[in-house]
Each structure stands twice: as C-alpha cells, then as structure tokens.
Design a protein around this ligand. Structure first.
Ligand code: F6R
Length: 607
C-alpha cells in the first residue's frame, strides 16, 4: 500500500524524506513524491517509477532546500500511476500540500461539488479532494480546516499536510489507516510505517482513529476529533528495520494472512452501499446479462482456484452455467466462445502471460471481459472491458493469501450483483448481502480460533505426502490448500474430490497417511463423512476442517481445525484461512524460505 513520511527540524528535509521513502519501498509502489517547505514556499517533486528517479531528479534531495516536508510512495488506486496522480497534491492557491494513504469513498460527490465551486483538479485521485477542501475551509487555522475537512470524508485516511503560512509545522490525521509519530531531538517525524522511523528514533506515538497531530521541531501536540488536546503514551519500539518491514512478523506471508480481514473488508466496503451491492465500474445492463448464456472464468494457479471456489456461488445465484479453465490450457484449446459468453479473468498481478493470452483470444471471439485484478493499471486491467479491483494492497510473499481471498470475495459480490440484475434473488437478497458483509469478521475468527495449528504442523511436517479432500466449495478450497502446502513447504500434497478417492487414489492410503478433510457444508457433510470413514479404515490419520460444534466430524477425526459456522455459498474465503496457517507452520517447521519459495516468482510474465 502507499507510504507516508514527514520531517521537521533543522536539517534539510528532502534527503531525510527520501531515505524514509526508501525504507517503505518493500511495500510496493509505482510513483513517489516529496513536498518541502522553505520559508513560505512549497516545492513539489514527483516521479513515476522508483525512488531512485526522485533521488536523481533532486540530487539526492540536496537540490531541495527547506527543513519541513512530506513524502509519499503511491500504489495506484484511483487513477493510473502517472506523475500527475502521484502525491503530494497541492491546493489551487499553492498554500497546502497533502499526502494521503487510504481510500476516500465519497470523493466523486466531493469532487463534483468542489469543481462547481471553482476548484481546479490536476489529478484523477480521490486524494486531491482533501487538499481543496482544506483550502476551502482554511480561515487562518489549519487545525480547524483539517477537522472540517475530515468531517466531510468517508473512507480511510492517514494524512500528512504542510501549510506555507506555517513554516516548520507538520499536520497529521488518521482514520482507519496507520500513522505513527516519531519523537527526535530537536526534530520530529511521522510515517505510515515504523520502518521509516527506526533509523532516527525508537520513541513513537501511535495515532488512533479520529486523532490529529501538529508537529514542530521541538513539540508534538495531539488532538481528538473535536479538537481538544490529549495526552498520548510514548512507546519504545524495539524492532530492527527488517522486523519492522514485516510489521513485527517473521515473514510477509504471516503478515498478509493476518491482513486478510482488513483486505476482504476493503474489497467489500466500496461495493455495498445502503444494503445494496453496487459495482460503479460495471455498466452491464440487465438486458445484456440476460443475453449471456455462459460464464467462463480463466486464470492461473491460485487465481484459477479462486475461480473454482467462486463458481458455486455464481451458478447457484445466477442460474448461468459457469466453467473455470486454466488460462494456459484455454489459450490453445480453440474454445467455443461468442458474444453470449461472459469471460471473468482473475489475476493478482495483472501481468501473467498465459492469462493475458487467453483473455485476448476470448475477447477476439466476442466475449465481454471482466477482469478481477489487484494491481492498478496492469495489462489485464487495461485490456478488459470492465475492471474490478480487489483492493488487497501489495502482496509481497510469493505465495498468495490475501490476493486469493479478495478474488473469491469479488466473485461472491458479483454473484449477488448479477443475480439481482436478473431478478433471481428477491427474497434472499438481504440475507446474502449480510453473509458477505460478515466475511471480514469470519476470516478474523478463523485466524483466532486455530492456535493448535502450530503444534499440528509439528505432527504432520515430516509426512511423505498430504492428501486434501472435499466436495464442491470444500473441494475447490482443498485445491488451493494443497497448492499453498506444496509451494512453500515442498511437501507433496494433492487435492481430490472426496467422491473420487475410490476411483483410484485410495490405493495410496496406508497406515498414518495424513488426509486433510474439508467438511464445511452441512448439506453434503454425510457424504464426506463416508469418505473419512473409508480412509480411516485403511489407516489414515484425518485432520478435519469443520465447525467447532459439528459432533459428527469432531468425533471421527484425529485432529481438527475450525471455521465459524457460515453460509456454505460464501464459505470459500473463510475455509482457506486455516489451510494457509497449516502450510505456513509446516513450511516453518521444515526450515523453508517461506516468502521466497524455490523456483517460484511472484509474477509469471513468461509462458
Ligand atoms: C500461488 C500463486 C500463483 C498465482 C499465479 C497467478 O500462491 O501466487 O499460483 O496465483 O501465478 O498469478 P496472478 O494472480 O498474478 O495472475
């Protein structure tokens, strides 16, 4: 996600801001910028691409004079990665510069109003409304203007602001996006991430939602949302830089597993308004949808498995046949596709070569293409007719976690959206929307209710092979669970549709063979239970994933992982979480390089 730094003190700010931004590079970004105040004038430097370009442009900051400034690394959300869209953004009168992390959900209406009032926009970003609102409300007191501005914003923000009329002062505000103040000697800092601070100070204050701060070289004042000054505890950070990058976790993968409740929420929040699923990015009419007789999903790896998990909800709610094809197969299979086909392409990176080729092939044959993508401005996003971003934030571990869960979440939202347009789910509409809105909470519970997985990993890590079984969504999630296991722990793991076991695979079951059985759908639980009994009769050790109070499964399984009880139509997003944790701890037990597994790359841009 984007990164923020701020500095005020006697030193030249620009080199310090650039150093801070470099510390945030690991988070991923596509453009960067700094704004530095020298006396009463603010100078802004922005570039696309690497921080190195910004260093080059400013002679490593030496060409920019001034002791107070703000900096930003942007990971594009609203608007392509261009230097116009890079932060800091300036007010029309040039008095204010702003950097922002987060998403302003109501920026469209604010932007229209500001334009009607005569404000001029330079960028496509949601952030720019903030700086114009501050200018609008500024009557000589920045803090008051900031409070009025933030009262108008819906969404999340960490803000850094400078004002040319107040040299030497930094302003900060936070709502649902981290912002940390760093206390130096005769200089002070802020940053969105402690990584950018630890080189200078270990004494920090964590701003909470609704709080504001004013920093000068020798003081830090903090205010609540009504403007009353408050006292906050100074915390001493003991992390080294590497640990700080990972938010204190040992690996990015664990950090990203734990980020999933927030990531899934970020996927859902802009798409549910007043109890209705909305996709501002899709203008598919009901008539056009009625013309669709087949939905084809294509992708690679985990993104393909996300498609497999989403298929059940799409078919059930929309009553349209859905097929899921590996992009590497689809591109050479001369698929039967016409203008009645809706193609959903899924890709975290948006740069996967096979996915792009399959998409081009289907598009050329007349399919309408919706892309479900994480990286803004990526090739898949650009080529699609419609692009739905997952808003998972940058994923750094090679093995996807939050990328996958946000992809499945989008498919669930699309199922409800399409079914509603087709007039198919009148009575259950509210129930479905509520189920999807509960997903972030359920994902959090799935993380919290499984502390035993770490010790289960000690039991299973030395197995020769692991088999995963399940039916329908349980099967789809098994596929992703087995992939997670094999890619990071190098353990041979395979997923099978539970009913298929007896058609061959059961020959492999012998004494102590671990079988991971997913049983999260009450409607077909008895069937999977029969398969559990079959493998146990041949000596298998069964590690079941189910609900805590599911007596039937709990009483036969050797070991257990849990998820909260959840509508099986939307359970895929939650079921995968314990399997991610299992793969993580098995890999850790085996001493594997979890974030960078051997032979794998994050983005597969070759065939
Ligand atoms: C597995 C994994 C890969 C990707 C696949 C597609 O953890 O990350 O299987 O899912 O390479 O990548 P994207 O989604 O970027 O198209």
């Amino acid at each position: 996600m984007c990164g923020i730094v701020g500095f005020t003190g006697a030193q030249n700010a620009a080199p310090i801001l650039l150093e801070g931004l470099k510390k945030l590079e690991y988070r991923g970004y596509d453009s960067a910028g700094i704004a530095v105040m020298d006396g009463n004038s603010i100078s802004v430097n922005k570039v696309t691409g690497r921080i190195a370009n910004l260093c080059e442009k400013t002679d490593n900051g030496k060409a920019v004079k001034g002791g107070t400034g703000i900096g930003h690394t942007r990971w594009a959300t609203h608007g392509a990665p261009t230097s116009e869209n890079a932060h800091p953004h300036l007010s029309n009168d040039g008095k204010f510069a702003v950097v922002h992390n987060g998403i302003i959900e109501n920026y469209m209406s604010l932007r229209e109003k500001l334009i009607s009032e005569g404000y001029h926009f330079e960028s496509e970003t949601d952030t720019e409304v903030i700086v114009h609102l501050i200018e609008k409300y500024y009557k000589g007191n920045v803090r008051e203007a900031l409070i009025k501005t933030t009262n108008k914003l819906r969404g999340s923000y960490a803000l850094g602001v400078i004002c040319a009329e107040n040299p030497g002062t930094l302003y900060a505000a936070r709502e649902a996006s981290p912002l940390i103040l760093g206390l130096g000697t005769d200089e002070n800092y802020f940053a969105s991430d402690v990584t950018a601070l630890v080189a200078h100070t270990r004494n920090v204050i964590y701003l909470e939602d609704g709080e504001f701060a004013e920093l000068t070289a020798d003081s830090i004042k903090i205010f609540d949302c009504l403007g009353a000054e408050i006292n906050k505890k100074v915390v001493r950070v003991m992390w080294d830089v590497q640990a700080a990058e990972k938010g204190g976790y040992e690996h990015f993968m664990m950090k990203e597993i734990k980020e999933q409740p927030a990531a899934v929420k970020a996927t859902i929040t802009p798409r549910i308004k007043d109890g209705k699923v909305v996709f501002d990015e899709l203008d598919i009419t009901a008539d056009k949808l009625k013309n669709i007789n087949k939905i084809l999903i294509t992708a690679c790896g985990s993104a393909y498995y996300a498609g497999c998990a989403g298929k059940y909800a799409l078919e059930k709610l929309c009553n349209i046949p859905v097929s899921v094809e590996l992009a590497s197969e689809l591109r050479y299979s001369e698929p039967i596709i016409d203008e009645h086909t809706l193609l959903i392409v899924i890709s975290q990176s948006g740069e996967t070569a096979d996915t792009i080729a399959a998409m081009k092939e289907c598009k050329q044959k007349g399919a309408a293409v919706i892309a479900v993508v994480n990286v803004v401005g990526s090739t898949v996003a650009k080529l699609a007719d419609y692009t739905v971003y997952t808003w998972a934030g940058p994923e750094i571990a090679v093995a996807t976690t939050k990328g996958y869960t946000t992809q499945v979440t989008v498919l669930y939202l699309l199922s409800i959206y399409f079914a509603d347009k087709l007039g198919l789910i009148k009575e259950d509409y509210g129930k479905y929307v509520k189920s999807v809105q509960s997903l972030p909470r359920f994902v959090q519970q799935a993380i919290d209710m499984n502390p035993q997985i770490e010790s289960l990993a000690k039991k299973y890590h030395s197995s020769k092979a692991l088999f995963f079984i399940g039916r329908n969504t349980d099967y789809a999630v098994s596929l992703e669970g087995a992939l997670k296991m094999k890619e990071i722990s190098y353990l041979h793991s395979e997923a099978y549709a539970a009913g298929e076991l007896k058609h061959g695979t059961i020959a492999l079951i012998e004494e102590h063979q671990p079988v991971i059985a997913l049983c999260c759908n009450e409607n077909i639980m008895e069937k999977t239970l029969s398969n559990i009994v079959e493998v146990k009769a041949r000596g298998a050790e069964v590690l079941a994933l189910t609900f805590r109070n599911n007596e039937k499964i709990v009483s036969v399984a050797d070991d257990l992982m849990f998820i909260p009880e959840i509508d099986p139509i939307f359970s895929g997003v939650v079921e995968i979480v314990p399997l991610q944790l299992l793969a993580y701890f098995v890999a850790k037990e085996n001493g594997c390089d979890i974030d960078k597994p051997k032979n794998l790359a994050k983005s597969v841009t070759v065939e």
